[in-house]
Design a protein around this ligand. Structure first.
Ligand code: TYD
Length: 130
């Protein structure tokens, strides 16, 4: 989990993510998810190279991560705290609260060939590089 830089004054809060400060990769793409239906699950993939910071800018959800050896579950519910996820990690996003908006700041342009969408293929490669 990454604590982001928060600026608070009587007008509210402003949160900053800057490469070289809160994260150690250049941001080459950003996207956000919203209008997630109740009980919907997203993710179910891994990345070969891509690095990312995930922030629940509004609402909350859980990210379940798996590196081929162990799993972890992280609750994202604070717009000033993100989850860094590196390469070769399988992830699922679950348990979205109504109205949630999740922001992804990522290190690569979109490239479907860089994804693992098949868990068994991911697991074979994750075990091979360990
Ligand atoms: P998907 O990877 O299934 O989303 P999630 O990781 O939240 O489960 O992506 C949903 C669709 O959006 C899929 O058709 C691919 C497309 N997409 C892009 O075209 N560009 C992007 O940058 C991303 C992240 C997804």
């Amino acid at each position: 989990m990454v604590d982001l830089t928060e600026h608070t004054d009587p007008r509210g809060k402003l949160t900053v993510v800057e490469p070289g400060k809160e994260i150690d990769f250049e941001i080459r793409r950003a996207y956000y998810i919203h209008h997630v239906p109740e009980n919907a699950e997203r993710g179910a993939h891994g990345h070969r190279r891509l690095r990312q910071l995930i922030v629940a800018v509004h609402g909350s959800f859980d990210v379940v991560v798996d590196d081929g050896f162990a799993t972890g579950r992280f609750r994202l519910d604070n717009p000033s705290r993100g989850l860094y996820v590196g390469p070769m990690v399988w992830r699922d996003m679950v348990n979205f609260a109504p109205g949630t908006v999740g922001l992804w700041l990522v290190s690569e342009p979109y490239d479907e060939s860089e994804y693992y969408r098949d868990y068994d293929e991911y697991l074979k490669d994750a075990k091979a590089i360990a």
